[in-house]
Design a protein around this ligand. Structure first.
Ligand SMILES: Cc1ncc(COP(=O)(O)O)c(C=O)c1O
Length: 410
């Protein structure tokens, strides 16, 4: 049996433990939802206040030049690049993830005009499915989006496939896919590979260069902790730059925005994927949020993340055997940084748990989802969270009527 003291000892010898102090976490809360919205860090506060009080308040419009606001999309892209194994100049920050996927899907379809299929996962995030279909419908030729069982991918690949769009980590189950292996299979049939790294960037080491990934995009507000609705990032492999076109061009992706030319001329490199004025306050939050990643390696984060999720899975099996189906793979190679539990009363269970200060979330139809962000979670938090789960179940608190009422955000 694992005890709370065992967990406390693990925290005492955890080299990442001091990083928790960077974050504001409310008293009495165990935060297991950093895979949905990361918490505020002191880097964010510092940088946002600096932009508010100095760059904007004092510098006014001059700050576009003097504070380097114009370069923020590329500057932040270069800070994110090492987190996904990209090289400088291959990542840019802009828009939201769905919009960046639209740009990449639209651009990629134009690169394979003789092919007419986009393959994706039937249980991919719904926004990815919607935007893939919308961009296929606007490809200028008939293009079919085939949403398949990802286990059948190898059999579905063929000469008609232009693009494969997969999300690296299944948002419901937390299952992680093999980036290098799947990208190689996709390339072997002559198709292009686009990865959605929403649930992996900042939590799992990635190597887009080694895996020869063509295109990728990911969220800022999950494990990167850049704030609610923060901009997203986009990766275009260097060899595709100057070839892949932005189907939603705007003045800020022009080679010379302030020449006000009537005809679009793409800026060199990945910058052409910026359409509009950068959202400076949101980018400032992201810049501050990324500071912490210069003090820790993704390998360190990954080691602790696996230890936290192992501990959680073991404690669930020990303390409430048979109550939940643990749908997240136990195999480390197939597990990201979340653990999902299937239970018919999951929605009410998560609500009851939140009332006890343990914040996770619910994903339709029956998944209780818990994220384990290694930057700020302690082993005792995992222990205490499971004890609260035991208390909810023993007291049948999840059967209380008010917990069945669905909130707009689950
Ligand atoms: C896998 C995945 N793709 C896409 C999105 C959509 O992101 P955005 O709201 O930035 O468009 C999300 C949001 O959670 C997601 O989890």
């Amino acid at each position: 049996m694992t005890t709370r003291d065992d967990c406390r000892r693990r925290d005492e010898s955890d080299e990442l433990a001091p990083l928790r102090d960077w974050f504001t976490l409310p008293e009495g809360v165990i935060y297991l939802d950093g895979n949905s919205l990361g918490p505020v860090s002191r880097g964010v506060r510092r940088r946002v206040n600096e932009v508010l009080d100095h760059e904007w308040a004092t510098g006014l419009v001059r700050s576009w030049n003097s504070a380097g606001w114009m370069e923020m999309p590329s500057r932040l892209g270069d800070q994110i690049a090492p987190l996904i194994g990209a090289r400088p100049g291959e990542v840019v920050v802009a828009d939201s993830l769905t919009i960046l996927l639209a740009k990449l899907i639209g651009g990629a379809l134009a690169l394979r005009p003789e092919r007419h299929v986009v393959l994706t996962d039937a249980v991919n995030f719904h926004s990815d499915l919607y935007i893939a279909r919308a961009m296929a419908a606007r490809a200028g030729r008939p293009v079919e989006v085939r949403a398949i069982d990802r286990a059948d991918l190898a059999g579905e690949l063929g000469p008609e496939v232009a693009l494969v769009l997969l999300t690296h980590v299944d948002f419901r189950t937390g299952e992680m896919l093999d980036v290098a292996g799947l990208t190689a299979a996709v390339h072997a049939c002559g198709a292009l590979m686009l990865w959605d790294f929403a649930h992996s960037a900042g939590a799992v080491p990635l190597d887009v260069t080694g895996a020869h990934v063509d295109f990728a995009a990911g969220c800022g507000y999950k494990y990167l902790n850049a704030g609610p609705g923060s901009p997203a990032f986009l990766y275009v492999r260097r060899s595709w730059q100057g070839v892949l076109e932005n189907p939603l061009p705007g003045w800020l992706g022009h080679a010379r925005p302030f020449d006000f030319e009537p005809t679009y001329e793409p800026a060199p490199g990945v910058r052409t994927f910026v359409t509009s004025s950068p959202s400076v306050l949101a980018l400032a939050a992201m810049e501050g949020a990324l500071e912490i990643f210069s003090y820790v390696s993704l390998d360190q984060l990954r080691t602790k993340s696996l230890a936290l999720t192992d501990l959680f899975i073991d404690l669930i099996a020990e303390r409430v055997p048979g109550v939940f189906e643990i749908v997240t793979p136990r195999d480390h190679a197939r597990r990201a940084s979340q653990v999902s539990l299937r239970h018919p009363e999951s929605y009410a269970f998560v609500q009851a748990l939140i009332e006890r200060g343990v914040i996770g979330d619910f994903r339709d139809p029956d998944i209780s989802r818990f994220g384990f962000a290694p930057l700020y979670l302690r082993y005792v938090d995992v222990y205490d969270a499971v004890e609260q789960m035991v208390a909810v179940l023993e007291g049948e608190e999840h059967r209380v009527a008010r917990f069945a009422v669905r909130n707009p955000v689950t």
